[in-house]
Ligand binder design. Structure first.
Ligand SMILES: *Cc1c(COP(=O)(O)O)cnc(C)c1O
Length: 413
C-alpha cells in the first residue's frame, strides 16, 4: 500500500467497510452478538474463527478504533481499554508476576506511580531512575527485572526518554520496553519504530481531543521474544507465535478484569482521531510560541519546555520528535501564592486536571495530580510548589499571549 502522510493515514489508513456505506463505523451498542449455530459460537470462543461474541471481549466499533491506532503506532495489534490506567495495568500485569521487578523512569504520571504502589501488594516492586539516561536504567536491573517502563515525554516533568537507546539497553538484557506515549502521541513519534515493545496511550487526551470520553489503548510491536523461564505466563500462548502477548491478554487478564472500552467511547475516539494531526500541529506550535513568550516577558518566570534550547532535553527532543515538541509547558512562578493567583486571574484556560483538550488548561500540580506523592517523590516527578502546568490548546496564539500577559502582570504589580 502507498505510504501516506500522517493526516491522510488518519483518514484513509484503514479502509471503511461498513455494509451500508456509513462513513464512520457506527456505534454497535450491543452487549453480545448472535450466531447461526452453536458450532459458530464455539469456534469463536476457541479462537478457531474470528468474530464477535461479547463486548467485554471485543466489539466492532472498538475494533475499528484498535485497527486505526495499530496502524498509526506501526504495531501489529492493539487492545483498547476503559482508561489509560486500565491500559497501563493490562500492558504490565500481562507479563509480571509476584517477585518481579520493574525499572521505571522518574517523573512519571502520578496515577502510574500509584499503580506501581498498588502492585507492591502483589509482590511486584518498582525501582525508579533519578536521571533519564540509559545507563541509569541499566544500573537498576537485577535478575528479577522483567520490564523497563518510561514515558516519551514525562508528565509533568517534561523530560524526554531516549527511546532507541533505552530499548537497545533493555534488549541487551533480554527485557522489553513499555512506553507511555500519551504526551507525545504517534504524531510526534512512534516508539515501536525506535525499538519499544509495547506502547500505551491514554486516548482520553490528544487522541480523543475533545475531552468527551475516558479511554486507553495498548499496542503490541510484535517483535519481542519472551523467554519462557522469565515469562512463564506466556508459555500457554506459544502457539499464537508473535501474537502470544495479545492472545494472553484477550483470553485472560483483559477480559477477566473487565477493562473493556464502551462502543460509544470508541466511536468518539474514532471521530476525534481524524483531526489528531491538525490539532497536534497547532497545539505544538502554540506551545512553542507561548513558552518563548513567557520566558522572554521579563516576569521572572522559569519556563520548562523541551522545545526551548535551554531545556536539557532539547537536542534529544529535536532528534526524536517530528513536527514539534509537545503541547505542555510548566512554569515556576516564585511562590505557591503567585501560582494560584495567576491561575485564578487567567480568563481563557479552564482550571482542571486534564491534558490534550482543544482548549487550554491550567492547574497547580503540587496540590492536585501530585498531592498524594511525598515531597521527595514530587521533586523526583519535577513537581514544585510554585509551579503551574499548562496544556496548550488550539486557540489563537495572540489571545493566549494576551491573557497570560495580563494575568501575570496583574499578579506581579
Ligand atoms: C492521563 C494519563 C494517564 C492515565 O490515563 P486515563 O485515561 O486518565 O486513565 C496515563 N499516562 C499519562 C502520561 C497521562 O497523561
Amino acid at each position: 500500500m502507498t505510504e501516506y502522510g500522517f493526516n491522510t493515514m488518519l483518514l484513509h489508513g484503514v479502509p471503511q467497510e461498513d455494509p451500508y456505506g456509513a462513513t464512520h463505523t457506527p456505534i454497535y451498542q450491543s452487549s453480545a452478538f448472535q450466531h447461526k449455530s452453536a458450532e459458530d459460537l464455539e469456534n469463536i470462543f476457541t479462537n478457531k474463527a474470528m468474530g464477535f461474541s461479547y463486548t467485554r471481549i471485543n466489539n466492532p466499533t472498538v475494533e475499528a478504533f484498535e485497527k486505526r491506532i495499530t496502524k498509526l503506532e506501526h504495531g501489529v495489534a492493539s487492545v483498547a481499554c476503559a482508561s489509560g490506567m486500565a491500559a497501563l495495568f493490562n500492558a504490565l500485569a500481562n507479563i509480571l508476576q509476584t517477585g518481579d521487578e520493574v525499572v521505571a523512569a522518574a517523573g512519571l504520571y502520578g496515577g502510574t506511580v500509584e499503580l506501581f504502589e498498588d502492585l507492591e501488594r502483589f509482590g511486584i516492586t518498582t525501582r525508579y531512575v533519578t536521571e533519564n539516561e540509559p545507563e541509569a536504567y541499566e544500573k537498576l536491573i537485577t535478575d528479577r527485572t522483567r520490564v523497563i517502563f518510561a514515558e516519551t515525554i514525562g508528565n509533568p516533568k517534561l523530560d524526554v526518554t531516549d527511546i532507541q537507546a533505552v530499548a537497545d539497553m533493555a534488549h541487551s538484557h533480554g527485557l522489553p520496553l513499555v512506553i507511555d506515549n500519551t504526551v507525545a502521541t504517534p504524531y510526534l513519534v512512534k516508539p515501536l519504530e525506535l525499538g519499544a515493545d509495547v506502547v500505551v496511550n491514554s486516548s482520553s487526551k490528544y487522541i480523543n481531543g475533545n475531552s468527551d470520553a475516558i479511554s486507553g489503548i495498548l499496542t503490541w510491536g510484535g517483535k519481542f521474544q519472551w523467554d519462557p523461564e522469565r515469562y512463564p505466563g506466556l508459555i500457554p500462548y506459544k502457539k499464537f507465535g508473535p501474537m502470544a502477548y495479545v492472545a494472553k491478554l484477550r483470553n485472560g487478564l483483559f477480559r477477566n478484569t473487565g477493562a473493556c472500552l464502551s462502543p460509544q467511547n470508541a466511536f468518539l475516539n474514532n471521530l476525534g482521531l481524524e483531526t489528531l494531526g491538525l490539532r497536534m500541529q497547532r497545539q505544538c506550535d502554540n506551545a512553542w510560541k507561548l513558552a518563548e513568550f513567557l520566558r522572554d516577558m521579563g516576569a521572572g518566570l522559569t519556563v520548562n519546555y523541551p522545545g526551548l534550547p535551554e531545556s536539557p532535553y532539547y537536542e534529544l527532543a529535536k532528534k526524536q520528535l517530528n513536527g514539534g515538541f509537545g503541547a505542555i509547558i510548566t512554569v515556576r512562578t516564585g511562590s505557591r501564592e503567585k501560582a494560584f493567583e495567576i491561575i485564578n486571574s487567567l480568563k481563557l484556560p479552564y482550571i482542571l486536571s486534564n491534558i490534550g483538550d482543544t482548549k487550554t488548561l491550567v492547574l497547580h500540580p503540587a496540590s492536585t495530580i501530585a498531592v498524594h506523592l511525598s515531597k521527595e517523590d514530587q521533586l523526583q516527578s519535577g513537581v514544585y510548589e510554585d509551579q503551574i502546568r499548562i496544556s496548550v490548546g488550539i486557540e489563537d496564539i495572540e489571545d493566549l499571549k494576551k491573557d497570560f500577559e495580563t494575568a501575570i502582570r496583574a499578579v506581579n504589580a
